[in-house]
Design a protein around this ligand. Structure first.
Ligand code: C2E
Ligand code: MG
Ligand code: MG
Ligand code: MG
Length: 278
């Protein structure tokens, strides 16, 4: 299952990168243009405690309007943003926008929520990254522990000693770090133990499969591993009550998925948070 998910991802990546060179360049050009015209958006998907469904925070997810009322899938344009290096500036903006919105929530009395921001390898590798994160927190006068950076296993395995060093500095500053899409990458378990992490996000593939024998075994094992390492476990892509029930039974702490809420613009998030939750 992990393999299927990984293959799917790889296929997306290949699809994006194998488009003809001119198509690719056109798309990069229009992404750069739309970014400079401030047409990109940051949407938010709530995260909840499985036990009582209290909202704990949300994940920031980039959206690129296609000009026809629709959106170009991140799976399609994130690889191009990475390939072109644009992700460094776009990512810095996503971080800024996420903290700006979190600040607005706090000012409305919705405190103690966290925001998760996805970080690509190119950003993480950039020598400016640590300063960018700390400066943005300072800009909004935010406590570092309301920010959670999401990195994937491929970021960790890119250059483990450098990554461990940067992660340690972020951790010292109080920023939270989670490992995204856990179980689909190839991270070595020995590194996992050395990494200063706070959360493991269990990939949707294992959550979808949790009602099958094999799928349940893997999800249970990841939750147990998380507990041993004293990490919070979060399951991604929960779509059914049965999946939620099962993940709760195996001891998973938090969840995110269409069952509770889809990613949404900030104004909708405000309504969602003030209506019946928290
Ligand atoms: P991710 O970080 O693993 O984000 C979770 C993805 O799962 C999101 O897809 C979300 O819409 C989707 N999702 C959430 N709940 C469900 C569910 O119940 N069912 C299903 N089928 N899907 C669900 P999205 O927004 O299309 O983003 C895809 C990926 O693009 C993200 O995966 C992340 O890797 C990347 N991405 C998105 N925004 C950013 C960003 O600002 N920076 C970077 N570097 N990458 C980003
Ligand atoms: Mg993520
Ligand atoms: Mg994920
Ligand atoms: Mg992902």
């Amino acid at each position: 299952l992990a393999k299927k998910n990984l293959n799917e991802k790889f296929a997306y990546y290949e699809q994006a990168l194998e488009a003809s060179t001119s198509e690719r360049l056109n798309m990069i050009r229009s992404l750069r243009h739309d970014f400079s015209e401030r047409r990109l958006q940051v949407w938010f998907q709530p995260q909840l405690k499985l036990a009582d469904r209290k909202v704990t925070g949300m994940e920031a997810l980039l959206r690129w309007p296609d000009g026809n009322g629709g959106y170009i899938s991140p799976a399609q344009f994130i690889p191009l943003a990475e390939y072109s290096g644009l992700i460094v500036d776009i990512g810095a903006w996503v971080l800024e926008e996420s903290l700006r919105k979190l600040k607005q929530l706090q000012e409305k009395g919705l405190s103690s929520l966290t925001v998760g921001v996805n970080v690509s390898m190119q950003q993480f590798r950039s020598p400016r990254f640590l300063d960018t994160v700390l400066n943005t927190l300072q800009q909004f006068d935010m406590a570092p522990d309301c920010l959670e950076l999401e990195i994937t296993e491929s970021v960790v395995m890119d250059d483990p000693s450098v990554v461990i060093d940067t992660l340690s500095k972020l951790r010292e500053a109080g920023v939270k770090v989670s490992i995204d899409d856990f179980g689909t990458g190839f991270s070595s378990l020995s590194y996992l133990q050395q990494l200063p992490l706070d959360r493991i996000k269990i990939d949707r593939a294992f959550v979808t499969a949790v009602e099958e024998d094999q799928g349940a075994i893997i999800a249970e094992t990841i939750v147990a591993l998380g507990k041993k390492l004293k990490l919070t476990t979060v399951c991604e892509g929960v779509e059914t009550e049965a999946q939620a029930k099962h993940m709760l039974e195996i001891g998973c702490d938090e969840a995110q998925g269409f069952l509770y809420a889809r990613p949404m613009p900030f104004t909708d998030l405000l309504t969602f948070l003030t209506d019946d939750n928290s």
